[in-house]
Write a new protein. Structure first.
Length: 329
């Protein structure tokens, strides 16, 4: 284990100050190594306090690169920015430099966008991140990474106490279920609920191989819904209190890594997506490049196509804007 992490664990396990010699003995390192680890932690935002009796466990460094990376059980380094134009744009730059396994995280984005180049409001207080990866899978399976990100975001929201669900293919919503009090208006818009998060995936590769893939996730975390577009919500608004963005980001990254770590893991994405989807079983209208498809959404098929029963028969829709319709429509 890294000396810095071991030192933090040792301090956290004790109710009071721990002397340098005691830490050196318990960690099996020199007193100089303890001092260097303390200084390194301070530079990374961990305010380790020194007293006459020894060192005291620091407060949580919060939403930062070191904070997210500390204890992270996922194969990503974290590049954090207080303010950036776009985490996806930065991740693409890193891809061009040959990097991989990087999560670009920001507190605020000034030039973010959603699907179809739509505006995406990304003020300070959200969780805006992009994961750069180079998976060894065929290009045809790339859409599964988008679905995996939607599952990971939903799971992180649920762990934070917000009962989120997915609208095909990648919108993470709250509410909007038939008969749910206070959600008639949002359901009437076709959104299927109040929008909490979205996913935007970009990639480069050849016909049979992905070169690099960037999955961008935007989550309205500690934001006032009045500052967001109509029909959007935030984790803090749904919880009634702020959310731990550091823990939320780490949970999202860990779940995404678990779902995409191997071709075999990718086989579990569709079942996980189905369990969290609110689109299946609903009447939908999907606007595609070739026109609208209307009917009942009955399944999602590899690598992420929505299967719709229409009056003309069963259709598979690979891309489009999905609208949830009222049953009476």
């Amino acid at each position: 284990m890294d000396t810095r992490r071991a030192l933090l664990d040792a301090l956290a396990a004790d109710d009071g100050p721990v002397s340098g010699p005691a830490l050196a003995d318990s960690l099996g390192v020199s007193r100089a190594a303890v001092w260097k680890a303390v200084e390194a932690l301070r530079e990374e935002g961990f305010a380790v306090e020194s007293t006459a009796e020894g060192y005291v466990a620091p407060d949580d460094p919060g939403y930062s690169g070191p904070g997210i990376e500390f204890g992270l059980d996922a194969p990503y380094s974290v590049e954090y920015h207080d303010r950036i134009t776009s985490t996806n744009e930065r991740a693409r730059e890193l891809a061009g430099e040959g990097e991989a396994g990087v999560a670009v995280v920001a507190d605020e984005q000034t030039g973010s966008r959603g699907r179809l180049d739509r505006e995406w409001v990304a003020p300070s207080g959200g969780v805006w991140l992009s994961i750069l990866t180079r998976p060894d899978v065929p290009t045809a399976r790339a859409p599964l990474f988008t679905l995996a990100a939607a599952v990971a975001t939903t799971d992180a929201a649920r762990q934070a106490g917000v009962d989120a669900h997915i609208k095909w293919p990648n919108d993470v919503l709250v509410g909007g279920n038939a008969g749910e009090e206070g959600d008639d208006a949002s359901d009437a818009t076709g959104r299927g609920g109040r929008k909490l998060a979205g996913v935007l995936t970009e990639m480069e590769g050849e016909a049979d191989r992905i070169g690099w893939l960037v999955v961008g996730v935007g989550v309205n975390a500690d934001l006032d819904p009045e500052t967001l577009p109509d029909g959007a919500t935030s984790l803090s608004a749904e919880r009634g209190e702020p959310v731990d963005r550091r823990r939320f980001a780490a949970t999202l990254l860990e779940r995404f890594a678990e779902l995409t770590e191997s071709p075999e893991a990718l086989d579990r994405v569709l079942p996980a997506w189905r369990e969290r989807a609110s689109t299946l079983g609903r009447r939908v209208r999907v606007d595609t490049a070739d026109g609208s498809v209307e009917g009942t959404a009955v399944d999602v098929a590899e690598p992420g196509a929505l299967v719709v029963d229409t009056d003309e028969g069963r259709r598979r829709v690979h891309a489009g804007d999905c609208e949830h319709l009222r049953d009476a429509e």
